[in-house]
Each structure stands twice: as C-alpha cells, then as structure tokens.
Design a protein around this ligand. Structure first.
Ligand code: PGD
Length: 757
C-alpha cells in the first residue's frame, strides 16, 4: 500500500493510493475548492484491456508495404519487438523524406494529450520531426478555430481575450449583469490545457450571486449554468444567437440607448452596421430564435442600464458562420459601451475551460522548445480530411489562398482525430490515402486502429514531469506513480529511438535523459524569475520536497481593454483601424459570401434537411471525461446506458416517438447513424437533443457508430471560407427506438491481433 505525491491532469490534481504496483483509488487535492470526478477514470484505465501493450504494425502494411489502402480500420495487427518497430518505421520515414521531401510528412497531430510540461506528446513529436527534416503543420485548434484567426480583425488577439481577459474578481465585484451566451457550464471548467489545480468557477459564480450580480443563461440547455446559482434561463433555438444579438442591437439603436460616446471614440463602421440592423426587429428575431420580442426588448434595455459583462462560449463559433455570431456579440458589447470598465465589456470562453478570467503567472511556466521547422506549409487544423482527399487543391483562409500539400506520412501523437473530426466516414476515407499512418497512444482508440504503426505510450502517471496551467498559483513536481504498463515507453524515448536511427538524436535530445530535461527546464525558468527579483528554490530542493511550489501572479483585478479606454491613441487595438470594428472593409474585400464585412445572422445550410431530421443535436463536451480520454475509466463507464453513450432528450419529444428513459435509440443524420442510450430531461428545450463527444468510435461495416460518437453524424463543412474551422457543435437528426439485437461494443478491447507467419 502506498500514497503518491500530487499528480496533475488536465482535469484535476490528485494523490493516488497504490497497491501491488496499481492505482487503487484517487483522492482530490485538498486545496481544490471544487474537484471533479473525472480524476477517478485513471484507476480502471491504467491496466485496462484497451491499453496497448507493445508496438504493432498493420498486417497489410507489413505484407504489402506502404501505400493507399481501404484496409485501415479493418485490418489485423502484428506484434513487433521495439527494435524491429523502430527500424521499420525509421526506414519508412527515410524513404518519404528522401523521395518526397519534408512537406509530405503531416505532423499537425492535433490533440490534448496529457498534462506535463515535458512529456507533451505534440511538442515532442514536432521537435522530433523538425530535427528529422521538417513537416507540414497545422494552425489553430478545434476549440476556438474560428475566433482565433477572426477576432484580431475586429477587437482582440487571442493572447488578449484569453490571457488578458477581465478577471472573475473584477466581474464579481463590479458587474451588475452577466449575459452568458452559451452559458457557463461547470462541466467544461473541469479541464484546463496543462492541468487544473484549483477549480474556482463555481466559487466565483457563487460570489457573483451573493453580490447581487444578475446571471442570464442564453442557451438551449438550462443546466449550462448550475441550478444553485439561480440564473435566469433564456432558452434559445440552437444556431440563432446571431439573430438575437442583431435584434438587441436594433433595439439599442432605435431607442437611442446605445453609448454614443463610446461608439464615436472607440469604434469604426457604425453607420453601415446600424443600417444592417434596421429591419432586424425583435419580432423578426422571435421567429428565428424563439424568444419573445418583448423579452428581447427588455433585455436590451436592461443591458443598457446595468454594468454588463457579455460573454460568449467557444461553442458559439464551433458552428457554421461562427465568426458572424461572435462579431455580433462584440458589436452589442460595444453599443452598450462597458468595454474597458471594471466588470464590464466582452468576454469569450469563460467556463469553456478553467482558464479565461483567471490571472496568469508573472513570467510563465517552464518550456520545452519545439525546435525549428523549415517547412512553411500549413493547414487550418480541421481541414485534415480535405487535405488528404484533395492534394494540390487551392482554398481560401483568412484572406489568403493556400494549396493542400500531397501527404505521404501522417504522424499522430496525443490526439484522437477519430474522436474530434466531424464526419468520421469522410475521415475514414481520407485516412486511406497516405502511404503510412503512425500513431502513438496508450489506448487502442479508433485512431490507433486506423494506423499502420501503433506505438504504445505511457500515461502521465507512469512518468516524471512538471505540471501546471499558466493560470494556476503553483507548479507541481509530478513524480511517477506506477511503472509503465507492459512494454509502453514515453513518447520522448520512442522518438529518441527513431532519432538515433535517422541520425538526428543530438538535435532532438541534446543527449539528455527525461529527468535531465526536467532539471534543465526548471533551472532556466527559475533563473528567469530570479533575474526579475523573484527567488524560487533550486531544482533538487523543489523536486525532492515534492510539494506544490507557489508562483507569483499578475494583476488579479485586470480589466481587458482598460488601457485602450483610458487612451485609445496611446494604447491602440491591433485591428486594422486600431479601434473596434462594427464593420470591416478588409473582411468585405476578402469577398467571402459566408463571412461578409458587416456582421449578420445567416441561415445554417443544415436547416435544409429539417423536414426529415427535425431535432437539433448539440454535440458538446462531456461531463465524465475530457473529450475521448479514458472513456473506459469508471466514472465515464458508469454513465453509459446498455453500454451506449447517454443522449439527453426532452420528455415531450421522447413521448412523441414512444421513447422512454433508459431505451437505446438509433439517431440518424444525412450522413449516417449511431446508437445511444436515452436520458430524459426537461433541462433541454423542445426540439433539442444533447450527446457529448468522446464515446470511442465503434464503426459497423458501413462506418456507423454502435457506441454513440456524434461525429459520425456531424458535417465537415467549414465554419466559413474565412477560418475553415470545424462546425461539430450542431447537426440535424431524427431519433427512433432501437428494437433489434444490440451489437456488443468492441472498441474497449484490443483489435484483432494476427499470429505472425
Ligand atoms: P482527446 O480525446 O483529448 O481528443 O480532440 P482531442 O484529439 O484532443 O485525444 C487525446 C488523445 O491523446 C487520447 O486518445 C489519449 O489517449 C492520448 N494521449 C493522452 N496522453 C498522451 C501521451 O502522453 N502520449 C500519447 N502519445 N498520447 C496521449 C478534442 C477536440 O474535439 C476539441 S479540443 C474540441 S473543442 C472539439 N469539440 C467538439 C465538439 O464540441 N463537438 C463535436 N462534435 N466535435 C468536437 N471535436 C473537437
């Protein structure tokens, strides 16, 4: 029996109890005011049959060599020894670099992988591929892939709205009204990229409530704000927030309630914007979004009267025309005129993770360099399937014309595209195109099953690391808790094995072991703080003490755009005009019909199928895990219904279809179907069903999912020609009771392993 030191994961910090080399239970960090149960998943997952025990190669690849194939995802795997696997893969990488050049290697490798400053799978892979010759990379992310490139054109750069956002402290002390478009769901704030130590969304929202701040939840889901906060729920039809915002702007202008001084001094494009909302009356918006015209008018008046903070969740832009919805939010906040005032203004992504609204560490965290990639070619990250299916094709992105490269090797570590990409049937077809697909993972996820080379990676509990998110108060020494499972290795050691075979080990590893890297990273970081007058303990003292180390933080009362408001000449915005854009000639000149230069609400193309698929599915983030990670863990597993992912449904919609709580249903869209288990809930408005992402994709022979991954239903069309981001948040579906014999889930165990001839 043993007890570990603290361990940090993206979803919380815990101590583990161990016996016989296994984790038997976890205890949340005592300093966390609101721990989440996701930390429990690691207990069952660490030794689960779905762990990858050794290196494997796909049988067809071994027998026929690299090349285009429709067998990926259907084939058997052959076990290899480590040396054999590394020799074979190094040979293949050499062939591709020699014959096709580094652009033919796709190393975009998107995904969250694990917390830990050193063993971050993407950073490791990118540094290795840079050392090996280079790679085609990806830009942006699946979280805010539209707002990332778009918002800098109209108000703020990503580093501003993410890391210089107005703090919860300022909001709770100064705001009178928080309008949360897309809500402030506690479940999403469970996680933070880099790790969560103190979950303080709920404590801050309680302070808001106790201070008399009015909370308004604008969402199709009532529980997008926790019930105890007594928020007002304004239920809105999915994908219509832009129409609501246009009608609010219309009312503010028509009733002369907007802040004329703010608009005159800090904004450009007012006349064209005002013209564009002239006919966007509350009565018009009511027809679109389902909120009564009088309630829209009252809301506009309330916002004009009170110190208002308007925040929009990331989900608002993970849908078609998401840039426009977000931009309309910026416009309404500008008309209200509280931008730059304590507790007022515009926010994006509050509660989308445990990050926005917290202050940052003074001089950041220890870092591991990704090296220098000589290849300039990139794709917007969610265009992975288009890139593989249409090499050489030109496309637009952020005012530029780009060309998809011809990819021969896809190399993925720490991500699960067969979880995160919309339209998984299309992705399957795309994954058939390259010569070779390589995946490092600890689990037999669907992505691993679609690979040629499968390299078993350790879990973070099986290695030493340093952990924290930059918004936390401390850095955690993460001592290994248990030995690596079977023959799994750290990504770093796998890549070192390849680097030495390719002759680039010195460039990749600088000859250091993992623990030597941790010391190097920590010491550089400590010296940075020391040079600025902050003394932190030396490496061995920090590591051996095995306790969280307090790190100094920035201004906890920070207000975004305070300096801009105080003096727009001295502190201009980084937009083309240096001011807030209510309209943009630059965007208009890009000529994108789906991203016009004056923001407007547009009808989603998916609505064309509403006659046959009348329900809108919200495919949001799960409560019981992070994305698809550790889906086999106890907390995630206990939520399943007859082994299927739970889907929530309004009781009236269910009754119309003769569906009861606990039934298994077949959910269909234009693109395919899945099986899910039903939970009835009146926290959903009528016409809406909700199915979280992350159930491991378990395809039948036609690619439909018998387990409940919503991305078999969603579409891969981009948000717009501007950002080319993903629209996974919504899809039109129909639901019927499943009456047949339930097929058993296969994806929670290993795939078929061939005996070697
Ligand atoms: P994860 O499940 O976190 O999903 O997409 P992402 O790919 O990040 O996948 C991470 C993988 O990394 C897991 O398979 C895990 O086992 C593996 N892993 C963890 N640690 C390590 C490690 O140390 N080494 C290696 N080699 N592997 C490791 C998430 C993405 O999904 C995101 S961020 C968003 S916001 C999107 N949201 C939606 C949505 O709202 N709706 C839909 N329909 N679809 C979405 N997709 C997107």
């Amino acid at each position: 029996m043993g007890k570990s030191g603290l361990h940090i994961s993206h979803w919380g910090t815990f101590e583990a109890n161990t016996a016989d080399g296994r984790i038997t239970s976890v205890t949340p960090y005592a300093g966390d005011p609101d721990p989440h149960r996701i930390i429990e998943n690691v207990v069952d997952a660490q030794q689960h049959p779905a762990r990858i025990d050794r290196p494997y190669v796909r049988r067809g690849w071994l027998e026929d060599g690299p090349g285009r194939t429709d067998k990926r995802g259907h084939d058997e795997f052959v076990a290899l020894d480590w040396d054999e696997a590394l020799d074979l893969l190094a040979g293949e990488l050499s062939r591709v670099y020699r014959n096709f050049g580094p652009e033919a290697v796709y190393g975009g490798s998107y995904g969250w992988s694990s917390a830990g400053r050193f063993h971050h799978a993407q950073s490791q892979l990118k540094r290795f591929l840079a050392a090996a010759g280079g790679y085609t990379q990806s830009v942006n992310n699946y979280s805010f892939g539209a707002s990332g490139p778009f918002l800098p054109h109209v108000i703020a750069t990503e580093s501003q709205w993410e890391t210089e956002a107005t703090t919860w402290k300022s909001i709770s002390e100064n705001a009178e009204l928080v309008v949360a478009i897309g809500g402030l769901p506690r479940k999403n704030s469970a996680i933070a990229n880099g790790g969560a130590i103190q979950h303080d969304l709920l404590p801050w929202l309680r302070t808001c409530r106790d201070n008399g701040v009015e909370l308004l939840n604008v969402s199709p889901l009532r529980d997008d704000v926790s019930a105890e906060l007594e928020a007002t729920w304004m239920s809105i039809r999915p994908a219509t927030d832009g129409a609501l915002l246009q009608a609010i702007a219309h009312t503010l202008i028509e009733e002369g309630l907007y802040n004329k001084e703010f608009v005159a001094n800090y904004c450009v494009g007012y006349d064209l914007f005002a013209e564009s909302v002239k006919d966007k009356t509350p009565e018009w918006a009511q027809q679109v979004c389902g909120i009564e015209a009088d309630a829209i008018r009252d809301l506009a008046r309330l916002m004009a009267e009170k110190r208002t903070f308007l925040t929009m969740s990331w989900s608002m832009q993970r849908q078609q025309y998401g840039e426009q919805t977000l931009w309309l939010g910026v416009c309404v906040a500008a008309l209200i005129g509280d931008i730059g005032l304590p507790g007022g203004g515009f926010g994006h992504g509050y509660a989308s993770t445990n990050r926005v609204g917290h202050s940052e560490m003074l001089f950041g965290l220890p870092t591991f360099s990704k090296g220098h990639n000589p290849v300039r070619t990139y794709i917007p990250v969610s265009r992975i399937a288009d890139m593989l299916l249409q090499p050489g094709e030109q496309y637009s992105y952020d005012g530029k014309t780009l060309t998809y490269p011809d990819i021969k090797v896809v190399y993925w570590a720490g991500g699960n595209p067969f979880n995160h990409s919309p339209d998984l049937k299309k992705l399957r077809e795309a994954f058939g195109r390259p010569d070779t697909v390589v995946v490092h993972d600890s689990m037999w996820t669907s992505t691993a099953r679609h690979a040629d080379f499968v390299m078993p990676a350790t879990l973070s509990v099986e290695r030493d690391d340093l952990g924290a998110a930059v918004t936390e108060d401390s850095l955690i020494p993460m001592h290994k808790i248990v030995e690596p499972f079977a023959q799994s290795h750290d990504d770093y050691d796998i890549l070192r094995g390849l680097a030495s075979r390719l002759g680039c080990d010195e460039e990749f590893s600088s000859g250091r072991t993992s623990i030597e890297w941790l010391e190097e990273m920590y010491t550089k970081w400590q010296e940075k703080y020391a040079a600025r007058g902050h003394t932190l303990p030396p490496w061995l003292e920090f590591w051996d003490k095995n306790e969280p180390l307090d790190v100094p933080k920035r201004d906890k009362d920070r207000v975004m755009h305070k300096e801009f408001r105080a003096d727009p000449e001295a502190s201009p915005l980084r937009t083309p005009s240096s001011k807030i854009h209510l309209q943009s000639d630059e965007i208009e000149a890009f000529g994108y019909d789906d991203c016009p230069g004056t923001p407007t609400w547009l009808v989603p193309t998916e609505w064309a199928v509403r006659a046959d698929f009348p329900l809108t599915m919200i495919a949001n983030q799960p409560k019981t895990r992070l994305h698809s990670q550790l889906d086999v863990g106890g907390y995630s597993a206990e939520s399943k219904i007859q082994d299927r992912e739970p889907m929530r449904m309004n009781p009236a919609d269910a009754a119309e279809r003769d569906i009861a709580d606990g039934d298994v249903v077949k959910v269909s869209s234009v693109r395919g179907w899945l099986l899910a288990g039903v939970r009835l809930s009146d926290d959903l408005m009528r016409g809406v069903v909700q199915l979280s992402t992350g159930a491991w994709y378990d395809p039948d022979e036609d690619g439909n999912c018998i387990h409940g991954n919503p991305n078999v239903l969603t579409t891969d069309i981009p948000v717009s020609k501007f950002s080319r981001s993903n629209v996974g948040q919504h899809v039109q579906v129909e639901v019927e009771k499943f009456e047949g014999t339930l097929p058993p889930i296969t994806v929670w165990g290993p795939p078929k392993i061939a005996t070697r001839s």
